[in-house]
Design a protein. Structure first.
Length: 205
């Protein structure tokens, strides 16, 4: 009995030390995991702060999304272009140019984001797109966002000129070429009033 006693005490003591070491290892591992999780969360928050909505949109190019406008209208289509301050959607027969400032919310964006590394692409803004429409004498339907309770206004015509912050839209009879005698009126429309511009796709009806 005197021999067995110390052996049992040593064995029991060894079990207590093993349990202590295992517990310490578990605590250290848990602390390391929590530290890593905290670092990852902090890094993720820092990255999110630097993201802009166009980064989210850029990652959705090629996918169908919906854009709900501040004026109450909406458009759905394949996102084909994300510029500095406007996007382009492809509908079945039309292309739709929408300034970011006119959008109230986007539907269908994934959780991914993609930044634009090209300074040239980052510089392509709304004015560039409007000048291209003016140069090609493209007939457009312009939706202007109204204020609270005023609804929206739609005009059809051809963009005559593009200024620094406005367009001159010459109202014409749909389907007719822009000629002096066919122009009903010319409206100067500030960029800030533009909610959406819709034009027929090349080769479309």
């Amino acid at each position: 009995m005197l021999v067995d006693g110390p052996d049992r005490a040593t064995y029991a003591g060894g079990m207590r030390w093993d349990a202590l070491f295992n517990d310490m290892e578990s605590q250290i591992a848990e602390a390391d995991r929590l530290t890593l999780d905290s670092e990852v969360s902090e890094r993720t928050r820092a990255e999110m702060v630097g993201l802009r909505v166009e980064d989210r949109l850029r990652a959705a190019v090629g996918y169908r999304i919906g854009v709900h406008l501040l004026c109450g209208d909406s458009a759905q289509g394949e996102l084909t272009h994300v510029g500095a301050d406007a996007l382009v959607l492809d509908e079945d027969q039309h292309q739709v140019l929408i300034p970011y400032a006119a959008a109230a919310r986007y539907v269908g964006l994934g959780r991914h984001a993609r930044t634009e590394n090209s300074s040239v692409r980052r510089s392509i803004g709304l004015a560039h797109s409007l000048r291209a429409l003016a140069r090609d004498r493209t007939e457009v339907s312009v939706t202007m966002g109204g204020g609270a309770g005023t609804g929206t206004v739609r005009l059809a015509g051809v963009i005559d000129r593009v200024g620094g912050d406005y367009i001159d839209l010459a109202a014409v009879i749909p389907g007719e070429a822009r000629r002096t005698q066919s122009v009903g009126q010319v409206s100067a429309i500030p960029f800030t009033a533009l909610a959406m511009l819709r034009s027929h796709k090349a080769g479309g009806a």
